[in-house]
Design a protein around this ligand. Structure first.
Ligand SMILES: *Cc1c(COP(=O)(O)O)cnc(C)c1O
Length: 386
């Protein structure tokens, strides 16, 4: 089919007319269970009335003023984010990669202010931090980087969960570590709790920033506001986007009080970042998650889904491991399972395959008991047809 859209995605031949709750309706009249949420974005499900109303009200007031002025909606959201993160400073932008760009620039500036030449950030195998040049350079996928060299220097890649390798590093240019507490694009892979707390300790001792990229695993996805909270680690810097605005573009880079004054006027900025409409969208998302107790729901439903799938596939020769936290779930196959995507669509379920061998489930935080039973039944059917 002719299209004027550049070829950056292998798009599936379906388009949607509208959505309701966990369901998406296609233009040719089919109904699909959305167990992907636009990749961990629409946590409140589709067409959430309370969310819609908040946006409509704000549209009638104003959608953009400028960061040259004080923006009240931004102040309110920043205060709420500080409350739910135990951090205190916020920089607003429009996406995940931008949130990480802000964190990378902050870490470099922090290093530079401490007279560190060539500030270096430790990153990890299987990481994904975005597609801009800096975040692409921080990402571990060679496939994503290929053809875009020269990459940015200043990133040191390390294996996961090997604390001794990091303890042994004799490199005075290191200023920060950057990691996703649960790696999303890398295949729903966890860091060991022990490793993360030791890493946090090293960061304190060596004056490195601990940067948690919670763009995918944050905002209630794992049953906690932030996945690092579940690990018992308070990062110095935390980045958020995806679920932050329930589909309205917004990103944020949060800092602990120690690092609130690194950026000064002129160091960083964003025209659209923290515009009133985006901030209202995000603030309402957070309030709905609170009022409807969706963190607890994500824990309960996620645990149920993982337990049911685990008992179904105990000793199964196709499946290597089922893992996850809350509603961020990966089903790893022994072999490439890319064709499952097609089988899922034929069964009216939207899922996605990450790192070739892992079926990823990211259903909305509003999923109820009946819907999660329905999803598990469908997933079993789909896997058994593979
Ligand atoms: C999606 C993602 C990003 C990039 O976010 P964009 O909004 O697509 O720029 C960064 N980090 C992680 C962990 C992500 O999952």
């Amino acid at each position: 089919m002719h299209s004027n859209i550049l070829n950056t995605y292998n798009r599936l031949p379906i388009s949607f007319s509208h959505g309701i709750g966990v369901w998406l309706h296609s233009t040719n009249g089919e109904k699909y269970f959305d167990a992907l949420c636009g990749i961990a974005v629409t946590g409140l499900g589709h067409n959430n009335k309370r969310f819609n109303l908040a946006l409509k009200n704000q549209i009638d007031k104003g959608i953009h003023y400028s960061n040259l002025f004080r923006i009240n909606e931004q102040e309110a959201l920043a205060e709420k984010l500080a409350e739910i993160s135990d951090l205190s400073g916020v920089f607003f932008c429009n996406s995940g990669c931008e949130a990480n760009e802000a964190a990378i620039k902050l870490a470099r500036l922090f290093g530079s202010k401490n007279n560190i030449k060539n500030p270096t950030i430790i990153v990890f195998d299987d990481s994904f931090h975005g597609r801009t040049m800096a975040t692409l350079s921080a990402t571990s996928s060679r496939k994503a980087q290929k053809g875009f060299e020269p990459l940015l220097s200043g990133f040191l890649r390390m294996p996961k969960n090997e604390i001794s390798k990091i303890e042994k590093l004799d490199n005075s240019s290191i200023v920060a570590i950057l990691l996703e507490p649960i790696q999303g694009e890398g295949g729903i892979k966890h860091f060991d709790n022990e490793f993360l707390s030791q890493l946090k300790l090293i960061c304190e001792q060596k004056n490195w920033l601990f940067i948690a990229d919670e763009v995918q695993c944050g905002m209630g996805r794992t049953g906690y506001w932030w996945s690092s909270k579940q690990n018992g680690v308070l990062p110095d810097v935390l980045t958020s986007a995806k679920g932050l605005g329930n589909g309205f573009p917004i990103g944020a880079c949060l800092t602990s009080s120690k690092f609130n004054n690194i950026f000064e006027p002129g160091n960083h900025g964003s025209t659209f970042g923290g515009n009133p409409l985006a901030c209202v969208a995000s603030l309402e998302t957070i309030k709905i998650i609170e009022d409807e107790e969706l963190l607890d729901n994500a824990k309960i439903q996620g645990e149920k889904i993982i337990n049911q799938l685990t008992s179904e596939y105990k000793g199964n020769s196709k499946i290597k491991e089922i893992r996850g936290a809350g509603l961020m779930i990966g089903i790893e196959f022994h072999e490439d399972c890319s064709n499952i995507n097609k089988i899922a669509l034929e069964n009216n379920v939207i899922i996605n395959i990450t790192s070739n061998n892992t079926l990823r489930l990211l259903p909305p935080l509003i999923i109820n008991d009946q819907e999660s039973d329905f999803l598990v039944d469908k997933i079993i059917k789909i896997i058994n047809k593979h």
